[in-house]
Design a binder for this molecule. Structure first.
Ligand SMILES: Nc1nc2c(ncn2[C@@H]2O[C@H](COP(=O)(O)OP(=O)(O)OP(=O)(O)O)[C@@H](O)[C@H]2O)c(=O)[nH]1
Ligand SMILES: [Mg+2]
Length: 434
């Protein structure tokens, strides 16, 4: 494992209610470490239950089902993918849980715009309350139906995002008007008035975005924002990365980790955010591991709940794509042997995390934790102040804390190396690492 000192810095805290905080504090003040640990376990268990429901709606045939698949990192024909069709195939609300993170569900909603259906009856029909936010898709200009639906969603206190799909088609149609050197071939007033002489993809995208936004403004939407996407390489191309970042920024703090877990690692920024969010839970997991079905560890005078640590390390691996299935998929995407990607990984993969391995890592962490004890105790939230004297003798808490932060840091470094390797020799590199 890498040297821990390099990674020591203070962390923010996860979202925890005042009631929960008070219960932990009261248990610690009474010197009841087991009660504090049980409470920490309860908080972690309820965090696991947090669900995120994303509704995808829009005109029939606009690319809703394709978008649902893209959000879940699936190809259209893959097992578990939403069914596509240019005919109206989606007549009811279909839930599609994320394949690796089932607490996030993307819902494929019926097409809007059937003459008999007003936005009001539509929102009732699709069970409006179920969703955290809405994505309204169009593959051309947005219609009155889309604008009215957005207003109804907003009036009911929820967020919506306008997404313009199939942008790859627009880009390739536009490109055809230029020759191989990128010089405008098309003649005629209409072509030359609205286009530059040299092909410029950014200008094409800007024109589409502004066109959609102007149309929505005319339909009464104030300061509309439109995101341009295509289903292939959705999280990497056009406005896909910006859209995902916007979802994340807008989510309430208690839902951020749920969403971050299932984001594909497409940039250093995503990686940094995943790491930062997981770091907030070190102290809670360390505290939780001091209770429950704890087992004695040689060298530690207090027992540690190994199951919590196994689950945590597996979660870190899954979140950073360090699992057999994710690596296989990435290798296929970038057309490289999976062996090449695995060669840069230093930490164990998700499937290799066992109870025995965790006990070994824990034993190896005792010395480092003892050396860094003053710092580790400083990382504990101040409201847990008295826990320092409770746990420092036993060393279980700081040792667990030390193990979690080292493992997370190493896993994040691995994920960065994997992505770098995956992108080696591809043209996506400069785009992705911005
Ligand atoms: N080129 C391109 N085609 C797309 C894209 N998204 C969807 N399509 C195609 O557009 C057609 C309709 O896509 P769907 O995802 O089935 O659209 P939908 O809104 O779910 O359709 P209904 O359920 O029938 O309302 C399919 O042929 C898709 O392959 C895209 O980003 N680029
Ligand atoms: Mg559909």
């Amino acid at each position: 494992m890498a040297s821990a000192e390099a990674h020591l810095e203070a962390e923010a805290l996860p979202h925890i209610s005042d009631g929960d905080t008070n219960e932990i504090r009261a248990a610690v003040e009474k010197g009841d470490l087991r009660a504090a640990a049980t409470k920490a376990q309860e908080i972690l268990a309820s965090e696991e239950q947090i669900q995120l429901h994303i509704a995808v709606t829009g005109e029939s045939g606009s690319g809703k089902s394709s978008f649902v698949n893209a959000m879940r990192g699936l190809q259209d024909r893959e097992e578990g993918a939403a069914e596509l069709g240019v005919m109206e195939t989606t007549m009811e609300c279909s839930p599609y849980p994320h394949p690796q993170h089932s607490h996030v569900t993307v819902w494929d909603l019926p097409g809007i715009g059937a003459p008999s259906c007003t936005p009001d009856t539509y929102l009732k029909q699709v069970h409006f309350d179920r969703y955290d936010f809405f994505i309204i898709i169009s593959s051309s200009r947005f219609t009155q139906n889309a604008a009215t639906l957005a207003e109804e969603i907003q009036a009911r206190g929820k967020r919506f995002y306008f997404v313009r799909s199939k942008v790859d088609q627009d880009v390739s149609n536009e490109r055809r008007l230029y020759d191989e050197e990128g010089v405008l071939k098309a003649k005629g007033k209409q072509a030359t008035e609205t286009r530059s002489q040299r092909y410029d993809e950014m200008a094409v995208l800007l024109r589409i975005r502004q066109d959609c936004e102007r149309k929505l403004a005319r339909l009464g939407i104030r300061s509309p924002q439109v995101f341009l996407v295509c289903r292939d390489d959705f999280s990497m191309k056009y406005d896909g990365p910006r859209l995902l970042k916007t979802f994340l920024d807008d989510l309430p703090s208690e839902k951020k980790l749920s969403f971050l877990r299932c984001l594909a690692i497409t940039s250093r920024e995503v990686l940094r955010q995943k790491k930062e969010e997981l770091m907030k839970y070190f102290w809670l997991k360390s505290l939780a591991s001091c209770g429950g079905s704890a087992v004695p560890i040689p060298g530690l005078s207090a027992a540690v709940d190994i199951a919590i640590l196994v689950t945590s390390l597996k979660e870190y691996c899954r979140t950073f794509g360090l699992a057999e299935e994710s690596l296989q998929k990435l290798a296929e995407q970038v057309n490289k042997p999976v062996k090449e990607l695995k060669a840069v990984i230093k930490t164990p993969l998700e499937d290799e995390i066992t109870k025995d391995l965790v006990i070994k890592l824990l034993t190896q962490s005792i010395g480092g934790a003892a050396k860094n004890l003053p710092f580790l105790l400083k990382s504990i939230p101040t409201f847990l102040g008295p826990i320092g004297s409770l746990v420092s003798a036993a060393m279980a808490f700081p040792t667990t804390f030390f193990l979690l932060r080292n493992f997370l840091s190493d896993a994040a470094d691995d994920a960065e190396r994997v992505l770098q390797k995956a992108l080696e020799g591809t043209t996506q590199k400069s785009h992705l690492w911005s």
